[in-house]
Design a protein around this ligand. Structure first.
Ligand SMILES: *Cc1c(COP(=O)(O)O)cnc(C)c1O
Length: 442
C-alpha cells in the first residue's frame, strides 16, 4: 500500500467508524458467537504473500464485528500469537493450537514481558521453597532467591529484579558477548553453596548494545537440570527469525519457559506490540490471578485464555487487529524481504567501514546493527561521536562494552535505502577527516 492508497483507505476507515457510532443502536449489545468462533473463520497460519485491503476490510465486518471488542479481541489475539509463533518456528509447546499448557499474549513492551516472566518464576519458586522449608517466612524466602542475566542484558531485566525484589547477578559474557553455560553453572554452584536458591535466567538473543547472542543451547539444558526458569529476550532480533537463514539464532529456545520479541521493532507493526509466549500458562495465571465477583463470566476456565490474568493491567487494547492487518497486507514473504533488505544494507555499511583503514568493525555484523569505531583510544571515538551529532545531518548512538567505546549504525526503518547509507557514511568520513586534521594541528 503506497502513500496515496493509505490516504484513501484511511479516509474510508473514518467513514466506517462514524457509520458505526451513528448506527450503534441497530447492532446487538451482546455478541452472538460462541467461544472459539474466530479460529473456524480464519486460516491457521499467516499468508505467504500479501492480500488486498478490500479482502482485509471485508473480514472486519464478517469476522470481527459479530464478536465486537469482546470476545473478538481475545480470540483474534490467540490466532495471531499462533500465526507469529509459526512464523518463528517456535516449539509447538508454545502454541495454543497444540491444546497443551502453552500460549502467547501481546504485552506492551519487552520490559513488561520480562517482568511477567520473572514474577511467574518467582511465584513458582516461592511455592517450592515454602513446601521444602515450611519454617521460612516469606521475607526469608525472598532473600534466598537469586536470578541471573548477562552483563550485556537490557536495563529492563535488572529493573524487573528491582520490582520483583529479588537479587540479580549480572554474569560475565565471553569475548564475543555471549553468556556461556560454564559461567552460569559456576554462578549456580557458588550461590547454592551460600544457601541461596537460583530460580531464573533471562538470556538475550540480540543484545541492545551490540547485538550479541547468549548461548541458549548451553544455557537451556543447565536451567532444565537445575530447575531454573529460562526466559529469552529477543526483543529486537526475534523478527529476523522469520527468515529461515536467521532461524538458527533461536536454536535452544526449546529449553526456555518463556520467550519474547517485539514486532513493533522490526516487523512493521506499530508501537506497542510485544509478543510473549509461555510453555505453561498456568504458571503465569498462578502469579497474577485474582477473581472478584464483578469480573466473573460464564466461560471461565474454558480453552480460551483469560488474558487479564497474564499481565499487570486489567483492561486491554485490541492490539491483535494491527498484527492481523500487517501480516495479511505484507504476507510473510513481504516481511522477510524487508528484513533481508535491512541486513544487506548493514552488510554494505560494514564493507564501507572495512574499506577505510582509519576505521574498524567492533564485533560481528549479524543483523541490521553495525558497531564500528575509529581506530585508537576511546577518547577519539567520543570526540567523533560528538562531532557527528553536533553536525546534525545524521544521528547515531554510542555504547561501551568491556571498556571499549564504539558507535552504532542501526538500520531498521522500512524506508531506508542504499543512498541513505552511503550518504551517512560520507558524513562520517568527512567528519573523521576534519577531526584528524585538527589533531594534526595541535
Ligand atoms: C529494545 C529492547 C528491550 C526493551 O524493549 P521495550 O519493549 O521498550 O521494553 C529489551 N531488550 C532488548 C534486547 C531490546 O533490544
Amino acid at each position: 500500500m503506497d502513500g496515496a492508497e493509505f490516504r484513501t483507505r484511511g479516509r474510508e476507515m473514518v467513514d466506517y467508524m462514524v457509520d458505526y457510532i451513528e448506527g450503534i443502536t441497530s447492532r446487538p449489545p451482546l455478541p452472538r458467537v460462541s467461544p472459539g468462533y474466530i479460529r473456524d473463520l480464519i486460516p491457521d497460519q499467516a499468508p505467504r504473500t500479501g492480500e488486498t485491503w478490500e479482502s482485509v476490510k471485508a473480514d472486519l465486518e464478517r469476522i470481527i464485528m459479530p464478536g465486537a471488542s469482546s470476545p473478538a479481541c481475545t480470540e483474534l489475539e490467540v490466532c495471531m500469537m499462533d500465526w507469529l509463533g509459526k512464523m518463528l518456528q517456535l516449539p509447538r509447546e508454545f502454541l495454543f493450537c497444540e491444546e497443551g499448557k502453552g500460549g502467547g499474549v501481546i504485552q506492551g513492551t519487552a520490559s513488561e514481558a520480562t517482568l511477567v516472566a520473572l514474577l511467574s518464576a518467582r511465584t513458582a519458586a516461592m511455592h517450592k521453597l515454602r513446601d521444602d522449608q515450611p519454617e521460612l517466612t516469606q521475607g526469608q524466602i525472598l532473600d534466598k532467591l537469586v536470578a541471573y542475566t548477562s552483563e550485556e542484558a537490557h536495563s529492563s531485566v535488572e529493573r524487573a529484579s528491582l520490582i520483583g525484589m529479588v537479587h540479580m547477578r549480572l554474569l560475565k559474557t565471553d569475548e564475543r558477548g555471549s553468556l556461556r553455560g560454564t559461567t552460569l553453572e559456576t554462578a549456580i554452584r557458588e550461590d547454592r553453596e551460600k544457601g541461596l536458591y537460583p530460580f531464573f535466567l533471562c538470556a538475550t538473543v540480540g543484545t541492545t548494545s551490540r547485538c550479541t547472542f547468549d548461548n541458549l543451547t548451553e544455557l537451556g539444558p543447565i536451567c532444565t537440570r537445575q530447575g531454573l526458569w529460562m526466559h529469552v529476550d529477543a526483543a529486537y532480533a526475534g523478527s529476523a527469525c522469520i527468515c529461515p537463514e536467521f532461524r538458527y539464532l533461536l536454536d535452544g529456545v526449546e529449553h526456555s519457559m518463556s520467550f519474547n520479541f517485539n514486532p513493533h521493532k522490526w516487523l512493521r507493526i506499530n508501537f506497542d506490540c510485544s509478543a510473549m509466549w509461555v510453555k505453561d500458562r498456568y504458571a503465569v495465571t498462578e502469579a497474577f490471578e485474582v477473581n472478584p465477583l464483578y469480573l466473573k463470566h460464564d466461560h471461565q476456565g474454558q480453552a480460551i485464555p483469560d488474558y487479564r490474568h497474564w499481565h499487570i493491567p486489567l483492561g486491554r487494547r485490541f492490539r491483535s487487529l494491527k498484527v492481523w492487518f500487517v501480516l495479511r497486507m505484507f504476507g510473510v514473504s513481504g516481511l522477510q524481504q524487508q528484513i533481508r533488505k535491512d541486513v544487506s544494507l548493514a552488510k554494505m555499511f560494514e564493507r564501507l567501514v572495512q574499506a577505510d583503514d582509519r576505521f574498524e568493525i567492533f564485533g560481528e555484523v549479524v543483523l541490521g546493527l553495525v558497531c564500528f569505531r575509529i581506530k585508537g583510544e576511546n577518547a577519539r571515538n567520543e570526540r567523533l561521536y560528538k562531532m557527528i551529532n553536533d553536525d546534525r545531518r545524521i544521528h547515531l548512538t554510542p555504547s561501551k562494552v568491556k571498556d571499549i567505546y564504539f558507535l552504532r549504525f542501526a538500520i531498521c526503518a522500512s524506508s531506508t535505502q542504499m543512498a541513505d547509507v552511503t550518504y551517512a557514511w560520507s558524513v562520517i568520513k568527512e567528519l573523521a577527516h576534519k577531526m584528524a586534521a585538527s589533531e594534526k594541528r595541535q
